[in-house]
Design a protein around this ligand. Sequence first.
Ligand code: MG
Length: 304
Amino acid sequence: MSFRTGFGIDFHQLVEGRELWLGGVKIPHHKGALGHSDADVLLHAICDAMLGALALGDIGTHFPDTDPSFKGIDSKILLQKTNDLILHQGYKVVNVDAALCLEAPKIKPHVASMCSTISTLLGVSTSNVSIKATTTEKMGFVGREEGLVAYAVVQLHHQFNKVRIVNRSHHPLPEYATLDSSGMDLRAFLEHPLTLSPLERLLVPTGLHLEIPTGMEAQVRPRSGLAIRQGLTCLNTPGTIDADYRGEIKVILINLSNEPQVINDGDRVAQLVFQHVEKVAWEPSDELTATKRNEGGFGHTGTK
Ligand code: MG
């Protein structure tokens, strides 16, 4: 899994007659930040950190202040769009750590609501969003309440390993149905429909060949819909496809219903789940380190 780190910073002037938006939350104050959008420095710094992590430029590149469609825009929309951009590249936010510098008002009462807004937009838990605030002890433009600053660091991780695939079928490549699906459905690649009698088993071709990265395996698992509706499941499951196997991926299906079941070309017959594999090296010894349980409870833990 590859990780990327990004840093973002944003400044805005504070002026009378503007609303103060910070972290997607409207904060009661007699001054607000001046800007083309709602001037939410905190969300802007987070957007910049996310873009920076992938070297995708900055917020000004993607949402230029010369574009009238961004005038007065809610920065939550900008954060959402930025998140969509990184999701599209296969990345997801791990955590955000941000700091606001401003003299007034007090930020602490609003931190929980900011964290909850940001975590919802990014699809992470609130424990992965940290927001701190500090004054500058009356020094400088922040101390004179002429402006405010936000800093943010984010970590992203790449959700997908690249896997080389040869598709000799006429079906589209397997894909994750939703953002957090674990498996991708495999489709039967058949010239003619197959019929499985009760308790009959068959090897169903998919037309797919994979080059699985070393240190990973692919598992072939049954599909719950097929099992409940037709009594069709996989034998030898989860079947492991090793990283060095280059043959066609085939699925061993068995009909556990009491009626014949037909498999058509393109039917989704199983799902493929990728896993990291731990390997071990043996350390031959005469005895093992004792534990409280020792040899007790083979087949059960020995506890009630
Ligand atoms: Mg800004």
